[in-house]
Design a protein around this ligand. Structure first.
Ligand code: NAD
Ligand code: ZN
Ligand code: ZN
Length: 356
């Protein structure tokens, strides 16, 4: 067993007031509690949720000051007395995801719906996350990253990958069917195209704003691309993209705008499902009752994934089925990533390297 030298201070990005900015500074390294591990975070993906958290977009307060981040991949360097060596020896490769911990005892936790636990701890939101060199998570919840998997490339799987994989399962779409991915060029969207492909689904990618997004979606395997900014009749264009013109069997809504949430029931196929995953601020869903009833449409939400979804999403990755474009920059450059994200300019994901 390796023993790691743990510094008392480390670099982190800290949000001191709601609205931001994130400030790159040194803060103390914390000690893990009995059921926790201390992870030397090597890389962390930057999810749009981190931007929502900094801006205070949602009707749920964040802790302050806050270290954001919840796609952290790293190495266990210390652990509490209750963490078994046979389970998580020092040196294990792990991921810190959005669900940092849950009570494991409530009716939701007992049924593997731990994201719904009332006592859930959220990385980079209600507890400090992975935009620091040493982060803490509950041992029961850290993702077990298979040996040999690159920690930078796998980081985006820890939120984006798990979330879209779960969303695709929740959609009920079966191999051979069609799924529209709304926000397909972004972090979750790029993952969704690849997971859908691996699950034997055809995808219609919907995004806009740049040629790079269209090229990237097609390269990832999308059968069709609809540019929401250029299309004169988005509903008709999406339906036309399916061979019989009746529309996709499912829609994954990953965009950070309200409008697509109002449009999806218009182009989803009868008996299809609309799965809401993106979380635009102060947005509402709207659907005509008549059509929803007589076309038997399902509208549902999907929220990250449980520990089993995590293991499965990582297994798809480890088998080489998921290859999503990402760019790596230093942790010190996080604020620039937020600016690009706000402008909708990111294709795929940005990953921060905590050593820079
Ligand atoms: P991102 O910024 O990488 O991608 C969003 C994409 O949506 C961009 O490519 C943008 O161009 C596109 N877009 C904007 N308007 C659109 C429109 N009208 N039609 C189609 N596309 C449009 O963001 P991300 O990191 O992929 O996150 C997406 C959303 O998902 C965020 O709101 C985030 O908080 C949320 N999220 C939810 C969960 C969950 O468990 N439900 C988990 C992770 C993230
Ligand atoms: Zn996320
Ligand atoms: Zn619980």
């Amino acid at each position: 067993m390796t023993n790691y030298e743990i510094p008392t201070e480390q670099w982190a990005q800290v949000v001191e007031k709601s609205g931001g900015p994130a400030i790159y500074k040194k803060i103390p390294v914390q000690q893990p509690g009995p059921d926790e591990v201390l992870v030397n975070v090597k890389y962390s993906g930057v999810c749009h949720t981190d931007l929502h958290a900094m801006k205070g977009d949602w009707p749920l307060d964040t802790k302050l000051p806050l270290v954001g981040g919840h796609e952290g991949a790293g190495i266990v360097v210390a652990k509490g007395t209750l963490v078994d060596d046979s389970d998580l020896p020092l040196g294990s490769h792990v991921g810190i995801k959005w669900l940092n911990g849950s009570c494991l005892a409530c009716s939701f936790c007992q049924q593997a719906d731990e994201p719904l636990c009332q006592k859930a701890l959220l990385s980079g939101y209600t507890v400090d996350g992975t935009f620091q060199q040493y982060a803490i998570a509950k041992a029961a919840h850290v993702a077990r990253i298979p040996e040999g998997v690159d920690l930078d490339a796998v980081a985006p799987v820890l939120c984006a990958g798990i979330t879209v994989y779960k969303g695709l399962k929740e959609s009920g779409a079966r191999p051979g069917q069609w799924v529209a991915i709304v926000g397909a060029g972004g972090g979750l969207g790029s993952m969704a195209i690849q997971y859908a492909k691996a699950m034997g689904l055809h995808t219609i990618a919907i995004d806009g704003g740049s040629v790079e997004k269209e090229e990237s979606c097609k390269k990832l395997g999308a059968a069709a691309y609809v540019d929401f900014a250029k299309s004169k009749d988005l509903v008709a264009d999406v339906k036309k993209a399916t061979p019989d013109g009746l529309g996709p069997h499912a829609v994954l809504l990953l965009a950070v705008q309200e409008k697509p949430f109002q449009q999806a029931t218009e182009y989803v196929r009868s008996r299809g499902s609309v799965v809401c995953i993106g979380l635009p601020a102060k947005a509402y869903l709207k659907a005509p009752v008549f059509d929803t009833v007589v076309r038997m449409i399902t509208i549902k939400g999907s929220y990250v994934g449980n520990r089993q979804d995590t293991a499965e999403a990582l297994d798809f990755y480890a088998r080489g089925l998921i290859q999503v474009p990402y760019k790596t920059v230093g942790l010190s450059e996080l604020q620039n990533v937020y600016t690009m994200m706000e402008e909708g300019k990111i294709v795929g994901r940005y990953v921060v390297d905590t050593s820079k």
